[in-house]
Design a protein around this ligand. Structure first.
Ligand SMILES: C[S@@+](CC[C@H](N)C(=O)[O-])C[C@H]1O[C@@H](n2cnc3c(N)ncnc32)[C@H](O)[C@@H]1O
Length: 234
């Protein structure tokens, strides 16, 4: 299991992290086929040696979100949606911290198979897991207190279908999924705080930026990952 902050995602050319500026560079990382192939391979590895695969942005990226939720006294029965759950490891961590009303969705069938296998291995059979495109959200997926996104908006931003359309559909789905005043916690390597605020307002207020590891390069200090908590208006 990867344990280094900013693991693979920062160093591997297959990560959905690109210097976008305000421009859009479409990529295979924005396709369902890419993720199906990736999670099919990870499922085989999990079956062979029990390795759950990639922890996007490292384990610290889950810890900081969970810490924030605990500090804010988000109730353990709060309805939580993990958008683009991948291998479902975030769901496992949330369950281990006592959260009981968890749902994970992903548009990759292979991701859902992997997530179900991992949850079964952990004896966590109460977690809902659905194969679902977040950009075409059904009416049953609403009323969440908290929506979490770790790397999924980044992947969606690389969609071949067009950045603006995908971004707008994402925001529409997010508004539909969250209860009034519900929280959205996003971890992104493609978008800065300012860019995220521009994309998600109007309709959301910033609550807090969670501190992420800083790097120094050529005398300039910056963050390679942005973690932001937003709250939906009524
Ligand atoms: C970088 S991975 C992150 C996975 C997971 N959140 C994690 O932290 O390990 C991006 C994920 O987004 C999923 N994804 C991309 N577009 C999606 C969409 N439109 N609806 C649902 N899931 C999507 C991919 O299948 C993949 O699992």
């Amino acid at each position: 299991m990867a344990s280094v902050e900013n693991s693979h995602a920062q160093n591997n050319s297959s990560a959905p992290c690109v210097d976008m500026g305000d421009n859009f560079v479409p990529s295979e990382l924005g396709t369902k086929e890419y993720w199906d192939n990736a999670y099919r391979r990870e499922l085989e590895t999990y079956k062979d040696i029990g390795d759950v695969g990639e922890i996007w942005f490292g384990e610290g990226s889950m810890n900081r979100v969970i810490k924030w939720m605990e500090k804010q006294n988000i109730p353990q029965h709060a309805a939580i949606l993990d958008i683009g759950t991948g291998n479902g490891v975030f769901l496992v961590e949330l369950a281990k911290q006592g959260f009981t009303n968890l749902t994970g969705i992903d548009y990759s069938g292979a991701s859902i198979q992997l997530t179900r296998s991992i949850l079964e291995g952990e004896g966590l059979t109460d977690i809902k897991v659905l194969e679902q495109d977040f950009l075409a959200l059904g009416p049953e997926l609403k009323g969440f207190d908290v929506c979490i996104d770790k790397g999924t908006f980044d992947a969606i931003s690389l969609s071949l279908e067009g950045q603006e359309v995908s971004k707008q559909r994402y925001v529409t789905s997010l508004r539909a999924a969250l209860k009034p005043h519900g929280h959205f916690i996003i971890t992104s390597c493609n978008w800065t705080r300012e860019q995220l605020l521009k994309i998600f307002s109007p309709g959301f207020d910033v609550v807090q930026e969670l501190p992420t590891p800083r790097f120094q390069f050529a005398g300039v200090t910056g963050n390679s990952v942005t973690a932001l908590v937003l709250r939906k208006h009524s």
